[in-house]
Design a protein around this ligand. Structure first.
Ligand code: AMP
Ligand code: ZN
Length: 142
């Protein structure tokens, strides 16, 4: 189920080069060409799926199931202080390649190159408001 214009499908097929760290029937993992921190790895399903919305549960489970062992390997080699997993969906959220991927970003310190701005609004979101939001989402789960 390759997608003709997809960069990552081409990487899986070997049409484009990559620094591979792991491959099996379901998943391919390789070094991000723009390393945010040393060991920054991308993990992708072999089946083309655009983003999290289009990803069937079985593809998601196979993909996520491989992440602990790849993360453990990175930890073994580079011994980072921390590690972030990141998945961007749509342009606003920073998605630039439209084949689902999880970034594994080992962390070495506050100024290691990775930054996630995170502004919380606890005053605005009371428990009542949270329950109202939860009800809406709950009702939409299929
Ligand atoms: P995102 O911005 O979440 O869609 O992530 C896409 C990632 O793919 C970026 O971090 C890019 O550096 C990376 N990338 C783009 N082209 C390649 C490539 N040919 N090989 C490896 N990584 C790539
Ligand atoms: Zn693809």
């Amino acid at each position: 189920m390759k997608h003709d214009d997809c960069l990552f499908c081409k990487i899986i097929d070997g049409e484009l080069p990559s620094a591979k760290v792991y491959e099996d029937d379901h998943v391919y993992a390789f070094m991000d060409i723009s390393q945010v921190t040393t060991g920054h790895t991308l993990v992708i399903p072999k089946v083309h799926t655009r983003d999290i919305y289009e990803t069937p549960a079985d593809v998601a489970s196979e993909l996520f199931a491989r992440i602990p062992k790849i993360a453990q390997a990175i930890k073994k080699v580079y011994n980072p202080i921390g590690l972030n997993l990141l998945n961007n969906n749509e342009i606003l959220a920073g998605q630039t390649v439209f084949h689902l991927h999880i970034h594994i970003i080992p962390r070495y310190g506050e100024d290691d190159g990775f930054d996630l701005k995170w502004v919380t609004r606890n005053d605005e979101f009371t428990m009542e408001k949270l329950e109202e939001i939860a009800e809406k989402i709950k009702g939409a789960i299929e």
